[in-house]
Design a protein around this ligand. Structure first.
Ligand code: PLP
Length: 435
């Protein structure tokens, strides 16, 4: 491991050795003084996306009008899905861009549970993104038999097991996870990189454990795609979902993606039988026949302007390659952990992420009882943008395409100033709507 120094010159030295440094020029840098540590929530805008969005609006929508559907719009979900597939180890024909992460989760979980109706257990963890847990609860309400006899399953109690932490909310309890996966388990669904602590699961190991008991596995890759290499096919993963507005820089609300492994595509049925998932949509049959392959998991018309803008936004990531991105990302989170230890622990911070960079994604959480007010002071006075995740996590994302080591140094320097000068004290405890 590199031995770090807290001098600014050392950060500049790391930048001079950074093979990805030039990628920053491919992004719109509106304010060079802004330290943007939130690319794990909303990526910065690639210039390619800005150019593409203008062309899409002016020429494709403006001029082509409906002719656009036969000029590449119709195929866009699978074409762009295959590009994302290159980043997550998925051969073509398995990844589709569609809808939101939440909606894709609903479709794939429902398909997985109805595929093995005798099995009543779904396993997840308390580290998962809350929307994922809500979707599971909602599916439970739809599928479980009600007193009136409605509900598709018709037997047993449908149960959701939530595995807890093995420590202070940094690492999931892997022993408990292993024990919980039994013959009655239909599905194990986890975030590959978890949203608060950044802990990263061993995808191969968990997938194998689930398969041994006959369960399917679904990975939420929202914090993984574009930040860590993922090998869905090699791991024999069954299902995955993820977003494109974080490390893929696709823009706010850009459509999400879903992955269905070829080996189970024909066995699964989408719970939303829309015309985009029908075998021959332009026959306008009055009855539904699923399209072959993953296509059946499309439902309706996709948001072309943001989908095509996101396609252009993928260029820098595809060009840089996941191995180079991961190498820089690990160096960045190691460096940030080092600065936390040296500069911030004396002010009462602690690292809220795994110590070993091989066990985490491209963000770290640093914890402090005053985390929320510190976050406010950083955004409003110091031109530093992290985010806050309750109860005490100041989350710092390091997007390897456009963050420099000198910015990490400067960002931590400003956090240190907020602490030295107690600037957070003037902010109310009352939280804003978005933290
Ligand atoms: C890990 C994870 N899963 C799911 C979601 C929900 O995504 P969406 O709002 O696009 O449905 C998010 C949103 O940030 C997320 O971080």
């Amino acid at each position: 491991m590199t031995s770090f120094s807290s001098s600014r010159d050392f950060a500049l030295q790391l930048d001079s050795e950074d093979k990805l440094a030039s990628f920053r020029n491919q992004f719109l840098i509106h304010d060079p003084n802004l330290i943007y540590f939130d690319g794990n929530s909303l990526g910065m805008m690639p210039k390619a996306a800005q150019d593409a969005s203008r062309q899409i609006v002016d020429e494709q929508w403006g001029v082509d009008l409906i002719r656009g559907w036969n000029k590449g719009w119709w195929e866009a979900p699978s074409r762009v899905g295959d590009k994302i597939g290159q980043l997550i180890g998925a051969a073509s024909g398995q990844t589709l861009v569609s809808d939101t992460v939440s909606v894709n989760l609903f479709k794939l979980v429902t398909a997985a549970l109805t595929y093995q109706p005798n099995k009543t257990r779904t396993i997840t963890d308390t580290f998962n993104f809350p929307s994922d847990l809500y979707i599971l609860q909602g599916i439970n309400a739809v599928l479980s038999p009600s007193p009136s006899g409605r509900g598709a399953r018709g037997e047993g109690n449908y149960e959701i097991i939530r595995i807890g932490a093995s420590d202070n909310d940094i690492t999931p309890d892997l022993a408990a996870l292993e024990t919980a996966i039994n013959e009655n388990t239909a599905l194990v669904t986890l975030s590959h990189v978890v949203f608060k602590s950044g802990y990263m699961y061993d995808m191969q190991r968990i997938t194998d454990l689930a398969h041994k008991k006959g369960a399917l596995v679904l990975w939420d890759l929202s914090h993984s795609v574009g930040s860590v290499p993922v090998h869905l096919d090699d791991c024999n993963a069954d299902l995955a979902i993820g977003c494109t507005y974080k490390y893929l820089n696709g823009g706010p609300g850009a459509p999400a993606f879903l992955y269905v492994n070829k080996k189970i595509q024909e066995k699964l049925s989408s719970p939303i039988w829309g015309w985009w998932g029908q075998k021959n949509p332009f026959d306008f049959d009055l009855d539904y026949t699923p399209a072959p392959g993953a296509q059946r998991f499309l439902a309706g018309t996709q948001p072309m302007i943001s989908l095509l803008t996101m396609e252009a936004a993928l260029e820098p990531t595809l060009h840089a390659g996941m191995d180079a991105l991961r190498e820089k990302s690990m160096m960045m989170t190691d460096y940030a952990s080092f600065l936390t230890e040296n500069w911030l622990v004396p002010f009462g911070f602690s690292l809220g992420s795994p110590v070993d960079s091989a066990m985490r994604g491209s963000h770290i959480s640093i914890r402090h009882a005053e985390g929320y007010r510190i976050n406010r002071a950083l955004i409003e006075e110091m031109n530093v943008i992290p985010d806050f995740r309750a109860p005490d996590n100041l989350r710092l994302g390091f997007a390897p395409l456009y963050i420099s080591f000198a910015e990490i140094w400067e960002g931590f320097n400003r956090i240190r100033r907020v602490m030295e000068e107690k600037r957070y004290e003037k902010y109310p405890m009352q939280k804003l709507a978005v933290t």
